[in-house]
Design a binder for this molecule. Sequence first.
Ligand code: GCV
Length: 660
Amino acid sequence: MTQLLDVDPAWLPDEALRAVGTRPVQVLGDGPLVDTVRHEVAAAHAKFAAEAGHSGAVSCDLLLRIADGGDAGPEGFTLERDGSRTTVAATDPAGLLHGFFHVVRLGDAAFTAAPAQTHRPALALRMLDHWDNVAVHPVMGQVERGYAGGSLFWRDGRARGDLARVRAYARLLAACGINALGVNNVNVHETEAHLLTDRIDEVAAIARELSPYGIRVHLSVSFAAPVLLGGLDTADPHDAAVRAWWREAAEHVYTHIPDFGGFVVKADSEGQPGPFAHGRSHADGANLLADALAPHGGTVHWRAFVYDHRQDWRDRTTDRARAAYDHFAPLDGRFRDNAILQVKHGPMDFQVREPVSPVIGALSRTRVAVELQATQEYTGQQRHVCALAPAWSEVLRFRPDGADGPDIGRLARGGGLVAVSNAGDDPFWTGHPLAQFNLYAFGRLAWQPDADPDALLDEWIELTFTPDRCADPARLRSGLRAVLRDSWTTYEKYTAPLGSGFMVQPGHHYGPGIDGYEYSPWGTYHFADRDGIGVDRSLATGTGYAAQYAKPWSETYETPESCPDELLLFFHHVPYGHRLHSGKTVIQHIYDTHFEGVEEVEAARRTWQSLADLVAPARHRRVAERYEEQLRGAREWRDQVNSYFLRKSGVPDAGGRRIH
Ligand code: GCV
């Protein structure tokens, strides 16, 4: 794979391939994915031909081979290193590809003696959803909630003619373990609805670029497709003609894309059509599509993001946080095996801090995939640094039964891990070059949910910045760690406090709008008044949301005394003088964190400036520009939030700092 001109190499710069490119390597096996490995090796050798003495002949330092009878399972591989030869063996060609990229990640260390290891992905499905529109949407643009330029797949109302960039993207994704991708927005508009039928050849063209890297394509479809595209007068899941229509539609898709992954569906949500219009349940809806896909081995990803977005803000009994559980818990056990319920990690909508959705623990007889958001809709829109791996790791480590550490078995039995992609046609892929880490970390956590986020950060730094090749490796490493490692909590400090969420500008969701969603129909309230703030979601006196969890969490969240500080305002309405476990009052916590958050951004900006001599100029410049905006934005957040709460509460800052 040669590097594309003018596109950042992200975590696969040539230097990251040095250890492979300078050693003799042999690849044994057949099939398209084995050929991909062969091409990778050949390209690495071509890059480093001048430095290497290898001939590619009989002897080799690295042997990559397909071997019958291994126990690594689908996509897994074994790694043996005796110091003179390193062998990667896999039964499945996809395993060989992942084994190859594992060796790339290890670099020279892959060639030192070490005990044999078997690696296999904890989750079978590791998927990115692109919220890309084919036709530019008048409000949402080409990529809904996209902050990295246009779509990698679509331009001018069609699939891009030149898909070389898609191939390069597939390569990056495979190198961090991703194996599935949804190519269009879950809000399926009229043009995009046709991808399922008369425009499937465009999806097939994209699939052909992804498949050499082991990535299966998925398509978001409209539940109303039988009416919109098929001319039927209903989309009722119990109607025989509707069922036949979907069966034929699926068959047609598979004739064009034999390894097609399946459908993604947003139904009865934010204006999308769904089974409710026909008096049917979401299990009926999901099973309709699951049955159509089943003969071909496909899967339907049915999103659980169903709630009332036309709520009356005066009504304090309707709680949007309850909605997914209320809709889906009664349906547990009624979904087909190839229907996966795709649940956002929190009950609201990808806020910087939310509790883990109770749906994830409640549905023991349904396959559940957790959905994360790599695109930073509510976390700075790729103008602010916000490395989300620690937040995602908390989600994956959450045990519904209160035990410690991730329950890999439960995760593995589910439907995988999904993230809304943060990539676009920007030269840096993700707009903000440091946001590439979110994409990388997502793939790695989906492969290994108990991976340490700090170790993943170090891994990404080594690959992306190859510090050993620069003048001061230690300064580069420590600088990069410093600006990224705690950037999630820094962002949290200067934005909405203690789990209260939202407080953003309506519509585009960038920048502070403390009452932006307070008197709106979207169900997103903080209820701040002169005495206090927060939503009472207790069972005793509130909306009862806390009781959607099993013990011990239902008890932990039920009272302000037992609720963790960081989620206090999500679960409780408390006076400003309420004392947190930290010993501070809520109001003083708000003031302090907002001052601290800005100071942390100032420090990160200085650190980044100090790395100018060690980072490629274009990359350095882009990040430096974004820091100017982040600092401006963080100050705006600080001043608006602090002024708002000073004015509401009348309580002065104990530190006597300037509040407006
Ligand atoms: C694709 C939020 C976002 C929408 C998004 C929706 C969803 O509401 O703001 O842009 O729509 O979530 O996840 O379906």
